[in-house]
Design a protein around this ligand. Structure first.
Ligand code: CDP
Length: 572
């Protein structure tokens, strides 16, 4: 197998099975075999032994070749005692003591197995309102979030990886100001990402510089009002300060809710890419786009659509099977997740694919290709889900879905999601999700004090071809963080090898929006801003995301948070 040294290290640390003495007792190939066999076994009553083996081989091959990887819990837990294979969960938080602490307990069970949880705290009564049974006063959403946070902290040690949470509050909840500022101190509520759930009427009020009403969720009555623009500016301020809160567009998310009869979507998973109903879980998987290319006519690299189609088809079958072999942590989750059969197929290695094709990330050509590639994946995935419906039946809640009205038979209520692929991309040795490169080269400090210069492989190849490669040059680039001011690099290379901070905020959002147009669920993307970005830049990103149909947006201004808590690299 072609695994980088970093990939091997990560696999050994968390993914490979261990014996009773805690020693690693499988190779990466064994791990993929374990996963392939478990996932194929969903079809054991339907297929002959020979057919089953063939299916297992197909699954094994696409993983071992690093063409497709399922989300981390599937790699870690398939065929092992925990057997919990999903990365994303949403749990309800009811406005009762029992409800709140049930949710704390359920989150702990999910974290233990490597899943992440999202919660909306919007149903909790505001701080200071009365508690009938005790005659006391309620502590409000933010204070309960701290309880969830502490529980996550305590589970951290024993679980497969540190649990991650998303906390959501509606913009019209009376405690919204406290929520928006609750993470302004970096040391607070560290196990949560927070996002404000924004409504269209709120955005209209911002545009008109009008006031909007705050509503007590328990009584449905107005408790006061705030100036929308002031609230918007406060969110911008806080996000500029240290990246939080993010925002999600609730109405838009619910317009894409394919089973409205089952309830309203009120939250997403921790990194924002998967809106779910309460008690729903979803398993994700990502195709490595850097391997979906071939040498075409005139020796020019192009997208290999035949290979991509085959990979999408196998991946959809794989993810659909995961639903059947998954062991769910709660009966309610079992019921909901098998009921809607949501899967989330996405991509990683987008920036690498563009480099291979010689297309600059922030260009109209790249945006057009994003539409083409993701449009293709989405159509093929949906088609495969339709074929699976013929073969194995529609999802059980189909009658309560919009597909029924439309007369389209599908096996999965949703098929596409773009995950951050924090560890998956490291295992596959490619760029993460749809993010641009973060650096062309960087200096890595090894334990014995030596410094290693890590260079993007495509840049390295281009430099070698041009006879430019030298250790000093790579160090200089690592220090400068961009090719912009580096002498001796030809213009065409400067044009192609752009990093997150070379790319304008507008282009970050444009790329997110292009992928969102062809994604059932949502797209995980961080709009990485330079340190000198202004408040206006942040406000523009929020508006632009709103205007271009994104389901939410997250920004991070370089250096604004010394310790980036949910930075993907540091949470695994
Ligand atoms: O690459 P990997 O499959 O490990 O995960 P990802 O694509 O970076 O994140 C996908 C989802 O996994 C997140 O949105 C979370 O729901 C969950 N996750 C988590 O629960 N805990 C983490 N430490 C990382 C991710």
């Amino acid at each position: 197998m072609r695994l980088t040294e970093n990939a091997r290290k990560v696999l050994e640390k968390r993914y490979l099975a261990r014996d009773e003495d805690g020693r690693v007792c499988e190779t990466p190939e064994d791990m993929f075999r374990r996963v392939a066999a478990t996932v194929a076994s969903a079809d054991k009553d339907r297929l002959s032994e020979k057919e089953l083996k063939k299916l297992e081989e197909e699954f094994y091959d696409m993983m071992v070749n690093l063409e497709f990887l399922p989300n981390s819990p599937t790699l870690m837990n398939a065929g092992r005692p925990l057997g919990q294979l999903s990365a994303c969960f949403v749990l309800p938080v009811e406005d009762t003591m029992e409800g709140i602490f049930d949710s704390v307990k359920n989150a702990a069970l999910i974290h233990k197995s490597g899943g992440g949880t999202g919660f909306s705290f919007s149903r909790l009564r505001p701080k200071g309102s009365s508690v009938k049974s005790t005659g006391g006063v309620a502590s409000g959403p933010v204070s309960f979030m701290k309880v969830f946070n502490a529980a996550t902290e305590a589970v951290k040690q024993g679980g497969t990886r540190r649990g991650a949470n998303m906390g959501i509050l509606r913009v019209d909840h009376p405690d919204i100001l406290e929520f928006i500022t609750c993470k302004q101190n970096n040391a607070d509520i560290t196990n949560f990402n927070i996002s404000v759930a924004i409504t269209e009427s709120f955005m209209k009020a911002v545009e008109q510089n009008a006031d909007y009403d705050l509503i007590d969720p328990r009584t449905g009555k107005k408790t006061g009002s705030l100036n929308a623009r002031e609230v918007f500016d406060l969110m911008v301020n806080m996000a500029w300060k240290n990246g939080e809160p993010g925002i999600i567009f609730l109405d838009r998310i619910n317009r894409d809710n394919v089973t409205p009869q089952l309830g309203e979507i009120e939250s997403t998973n921790p990194c924002g890419e998967q809106p779910l109903l309460p008690y729903e879980a979803c398993n994700l998987g990502s195709i490595n786009l850097s391997l979906m290319v071939k040498r075409g006519r005139d020796n020019i690299m192009e997208v290999d659509y035949d290979k991509l189609r085959e990979t999408v088809r196998k991946a959809v079958r794989f993810l659909d099977n995961v639903i059947d072999v998954n062991k769910y942590p709660l009966p309610e989750i079992d019921e909901m997740t098998r009921g809607t059969r949501k899967i989330g197929l996405g991509v990683m290695g987008w920036a690498d694919m563009l480099l291979i094709l010689g297309i600059r990330y922030d260009s109209e050509e790249a945006e057009k290709l994003a539409d083409e590639v993701m449009g293709f994946i989405s159509r093929e995935a949906r088609r495969m889900s339709q074929e699976l419906a013929e073969e194995k039946g529609v999802f059980p809640y189909y009658d309560k879905s919009v597909y029924k009205e439309a007369g389209i038979k599908v096996r999965n209520a949703t098929t596409t999601t773009i995950a951050p692929t924090g560890t998956l991309s490291l295992i596959a040795g490619t760029s993460s999700g749809i993010e641009p490169l973060f650096a062309i080269s960087y200096i890595k400090y090894v334990m014995d004090g030596t410094e290693l210069v890590e260079v993007n492989p495509y840049f390295k190849a281009a430099c070698e071809e041009a006879g430019l490669y030298s250790d000093e040059l790579m160090r200089e680039i690592a220090q400068k963080g961009s090719l912009h001011d580096v002498e001796g690099i030809p213009q065409h290379m400067k044009e192609l090898f752009v990093t997150a901070h070379d790319i304008s905020p507008e282009w970050h959002v444009r790329m997110q929006a292009a992928f969102q147009r062809h994604t059932d669920n949502a797209v995980s993307k961080t709009v990485n801003l330079r340190k000198d970005a202004t408040l206006q830049d942040v406000a523009d990103v929020f508006w632009h995301a709103y205007k271009t149909g994104c389901k939410g947006v997250t920004i991070y201004r370089d250096g604004s948070r010394e310790e980036q808590v949910l930075n993907i690299g540091s949470v695994k």
